[in-house]
Each structure stands twice: as structure tokens, then as C-alpha cells.
Design a protein around this ligand. Structure first.
Ligand code: ADP
Length: 189
């Protein structure tokens, strides 16, 4: 299987690029943010449990997130590969993912980190807030998400670097130019 983690701060373009990658390489896209938003929309018990945390820009606890992720992977036993978007966001999530994939006889092939500076991220998210009305894109909530990113999520990078799986790609520029760079990385596997 070709399994990639698409990594980057809020607004880095993970969702946009994931969509293009799954089309080109016939992979499955699993976005924990999208899964949580679907649960909230459907008012499932999980949705009710996490809606406040997400609205406040906090991370959902690892146990809940990992269980949801594993269930989603199990729904796709025939997948040629998976793009993980928004997961793992903590080191325990990364460890859990490694163990889980190993138990299925597979592994993460590579981790692609989209590099985008803070100014550009803030501009993009302000625009997205106007377009989609996502409540956690509001300025005060966004601040919390950026904090969570720098407190917890960045530590995932050295975890994968130690496994020689980390590749950084410039996330600023035309969508298609970034996509070409990502494709060049995926083609090496
Ligand atoms: P972003 O656009 O910030 O990358 P996502 O759509 O991926 O955001 O996620 C939105 C929110 O869902 C996060 O701010 C967090 O509250 C929750 N969430 C998503 N993925 C995870 C995860 N792996 N661990 C914990 N919380 C998560």
C-alpha cells in the first residue's frame, strides 16, 4: 500500500492537495477534521462529545480520535493506499498509527509536510471563514488552533524524521505547482 501523511498547520492546503492526490493515485482520503464535522452535522453521540472542543479550536482527546480513525481505515480494506490528512496531530497518535498499520502488514510510506508561513496561513483562513463560515476559523479560535499546532502537533515532525520518512514541500504558490511537487515525491515510492 502507498500510505502518506499530509502534514501542515491549519490552512496549509492539506484538503485541497489531498483531493488531487487521491484522484491521480486512486487512494482513499481520510481527514479526521472532515470526519468530526460529519459527526457534528449528524448529531451523533461522538459529534455531541466533540463539538465544543472543535468550536474552541482545541484538539480532541487522542483516545477518541484514534478510535475513529481506526474504524475509518477498517471500512476500506480494499484501499490501494491512504492519504491521512489532519492525523496524526500528536506523537501518541503517530505511535498508535504505526502500531495499527503494522498489525495490518503495512506502514506509512512517507510524510509530506506542507511549508507555509504564518502570515499566509492567516490570510487563507480569513478567506475560508468568509467562504464557508467555519466557526473554528474565526480569529480567536484560530489562535487556539495555531497554539495547539505549535504545542503538540509540531512534535510529530521529528518523530517521522527519525524514521527517515519526512519530506518538506513548499506550500506557497499555485495549487498546480505545489501539486506537481507533491506528485514528484509520491512517484518516488
Ligand atoms: P485544519 O483546517 O485546522 O487543519 P481540520 O479540519 O483538520 O483543521 O480539523 C478541525 C478540528 O478538528 C481541529 O481543530 C481539532 O479540534 C479536530 N481534529 C482534527 N483532527 C484531529 C486530530 N488528529 N486530533 C485531535 N483533534 C483533531
Amino acid at each position: 500500500m502507498l500510505n502518506f501523511v499530509l502534514f501542515g498547520p491549519p490552512g496549509a492546503g492539506k484538503g485541497t492537495q489531498s483531493q488531487k492526490l487521491i484522484e491521480k493515485y486512486q487512494l482513499i482520503h481520510i481527514s479526521t477534521g472532515d470526519l468530526f464535522r460529519a459527526h457534528i452535522k449528524n448529531q451523533s453521540s461522538l459529534g455531541q462529545q466533540v463539538s465544543q472542543l472543535i468550536a474552541d479550536g482545541q484538539l480532541v482527546p487522542d483516545a477518541i480520535t484514534i478510535a475513529m480513525l481506526e474504524e475509518e481505515v477498517d471500512k476500506n480494506p480494499e484501499a490501494k493506499g491512504i492519504i491521512f490528512d489532519g492525523f496524526p496531530r500528536t506523537v501518541p497518535q503517530a505511535q498508535a498509527l504505526d502500531e495499527f498499520l503494522e498489525s495490518k502488514g503495512t506502514a506509512i510510506s512517507g510524510v509530506i509536510a506542507l511549508d507555509v508561513d504564518q502570515d499566509e496561513l492567516c490570510k487563507r483562513i480569513a478567506q475560508r471563514q468568509i467562504e464557508t463560515g467555519r466557526i473554528d476559523d474565526q480569529a480567536d479560535k484560530l489562535q487556539k488552533r495555531i497554539e495547539e499546532y505549535f504545542n503538540k502537533t509540531v512534535h510529530v515532525l521529528p518523530y517521522y524524521e527519525a524514521q527517515n520518512k519526512l519530506v518538506k514541500v513548499n506550500g506557497i504558490g499555485k495549487i498546480d505547482t505545489i501539486f506537481a511537487e507533491l506528485s514528484a515525491v509520491v512517484d518516488q515510492y
